[in-house]
Design a protein around this ligand. Structure first.
Ligand code: NAP
Length: 498
């Protein structure tokens, strides 16, 4: 590294809500020289990339936002996607983050340089950006998954993945097929059915759908939120508490509290019974795995859409695609003009980590995770990766709203960086022992959860990695995650001078 090389305080990869939260925290801690590198052409992460019709948040908006930056202007209880994007822009402006951001900047990899105690972040253009700290905020659901279906490249019509939505695609009166019935498809299908001439929904695994207690937020309430922020805090607390109860009682304590899990399951089954009268269709839509194995979703319009005469739910598996449509395993074919891929995201092959990261002694994070076990101390730090915050790590996702995770990680960063400063050190690194102990504790807790104790084998849930371990979610309450982030033993880290 030449003496002229500029060394940023930190390089953050990703300008979504995770990267922005981390940047806000670093600035609060006095680190203002930041480079926020973003592969897309604007900020907002998921909420910039996803633009499909029907896009909305499926966590109450008062909860799905930074606690320190409440937004009194949400138009609905569950805000539409464009409002989330607008909120991201507001946060970037208010916290003066834009000047640190570089868009259309694709990171190829990052390497720790022991001699200079800095991270060298390589861009696809060949440029290197250098920083004392590296933070990856590349998201959990950011690498679109294209289905491995024979002949898909032969399809002569239009193919569109939900993350690459194109408003110019002609849907009016067309024969549209959609592969996938995850949370994205559940939002998109009712919208497609409004315009398509015929819609075929290809379902491999049904999803639990719960009623969505949505509606416009009356002007009076918005006014109260703006004038008396405490009222919105109360709404946030209510939303967070319900989600927390669902997660902790229904999913994490499955072995001890099976009845709590049954409440979630029954609520979804009753919703299905109310909205779908045809027993055959209902049977096709009924999951055969336990509630919570796979992320459930919320909708009042999904089931009724599937009962419409021009909508067909196809549950026979897809054999192949050809130039004019999809052929199922029973030899039947569906001729299509447009094929929508609501096939989700790859977490375990191309993500974790999303870029190549080489730490001390040449440890390659992706290889190490795959050859040993997926682990990250408190879901944020990894041994042999000094001055590195891995924000989208195994065991990092806590609760149901991503903002809980973001703010827990912000608290961890504050404690660690303040502790380091107090010791007049310049480099932190979590110890192997602390990492192993944390992993053992999380693995033990998982045994109580629906992921290990329930019937999840048929769920095809992205919570599980390629070894069949559900290491995505942190199996503790969000309260305990937050408490630990504010109180973890600093001795779990080694501190050095550069
Ligand atoms: P997903 O939950 O992973 O669903 C992908 C769907 O595609 C599944 O139904 C899957 O079937 C199907 N699929 C994939 N490959 C296939 C193949 N080769 N053949 C047939 N079917 C195939 O992805 P998603 O719906 O995009 O949702 C991902 C997550 O994004 C959600 O769980 C949620 O966390 C988040 N999300 C949030 C919101 C929000 O409002 N906050 C909205 C949308 C999404 P199998 O189940 O059989 O694999």
């Amino acid at each position: 590294m030449s003496a002229a090389t500029h060394v940023h305080d930190a390089v953050i990869v990703g300008a979504g809500f995770g990267g922005m939260g981390a940047a806000i925290q670093l600035k609060r801690l006095g680190h203002d020289d930041l480079a926020i590198l973003e592969r897309e052409d604007d900020l907002g992460g998921t909420w910039h990339v996803n633009r499909y019709p029907g896009l909305a948040v499926d966590i109450p908006s008062a909860t799905y936002s930074y606690s320190f930056e409440p937004n009194p202007h949400w138009s609905r209880l569950f805000a539409p996607g464009p409002e989330l994007k607008k909120y991201a822009e507001h946060v970037a402006d208010k916290y003066d983050l834009r000047r640190h951001m570089r868009f259309d900047t694709v990171v190829d990899g990052a390497r720790w340089d022991e001699e200079s105690s800095t991270w060298h972040v390589r861009l696809t253009t060949g440029e290197t950006v250098v920083g004392r700290f590296l933070l990856t905020a590349t998201g959990f659901l950011s690498q679109p998954k294209l289905p491995d279906i024979a002949g898909i490249e032969d399809f002569a019509g239009t193919v569109v993945h939900t993350t690459r939505w194109d408003d110019d695609v002609e849907l009016e009166g067309k024969r549209v097929g959609i592969i996938g019935t995850g949370a994205t498809a559940v939002q998109l299908i009712p919208e497609l059915a409004k315009i398509a001439g015929h819609l075929t929904v290809f379902q491999r695994t049904p999803i639990y759908v719960s009623p969505k207690l949505d509606g416009p937020v009356p002007g009076l309430v918005r006014g109260a939120f703006a004038k008396l922020p405490l009222t919105q805090r109360v709404a946030r607390l209510a939303g967070t508490s319900i989600l927390e109860l669902m997660m902790v009682a229904g999913v994490l304590h499955f072995r001890n509290l099976p009845a709590a899990n049954q409440i979630g399951r029954r609520a979804c089954e009753a919703h299905l019974r109310r909205q779908v009268k045809d027993p055959e269709l209902r049977a096709k839509l009924t999951p055969d795995y336990d509630f919570g194995c796979k992320r459930p979703t919320f909708s009042n319009t999904y089931y009724p859409t599937l009962t419409q005469p021009h909508v067909h739910l196809e549950t026979t598996s897809i054999d192949h695609v050809d130039a004019t449509g999809i052929v199922t395993a029973d030899g039947e074919r569906a001729d299509l003009d447009v094929l929508v891929l609501a096939t989700g995201f790859d977490l375990w092959e191309t993500n974790f980590p999303a870029i190549e990261i080489i730490g001390r002694e040449g440890r390659n994070l992706g290889t190490w995770w795959r050859e040993t076990r997926f682990s990250a101390y408190e879901g944020i730090a990894v041994p042999k990766f000094p001055n590195f915050f891995s924000l989208n790590s195994p065991y990092s996702y806590s609760g149901l709203s991503y903002f809980t995770t973001i703010e827990t990680q912000m608290a961890h960063m504050a404690r660690l960086l303040k502790g380091m400063e107090k010791r007049e050190a310049e480099v932190f690194e979590v110890t192997e022992q602390a990492n192993t102990e944390f992993l053992d504790r999380m693995t033990g807790l998982l045994d109580n959860s629906v992921f290990n104790a329930g019937q999840c084998s048929t769920a095809r849930s992205y919570y599980y990695n390629q070894h069949g371990e559900a290491v995505l979610l942190r199996p503790t309450s969000t309260l305990s995650a937050h408490r630990e982030a504010a109180r973890f033993p600093l001795d779990d880290y080694e501190f050095r001078t550069a």
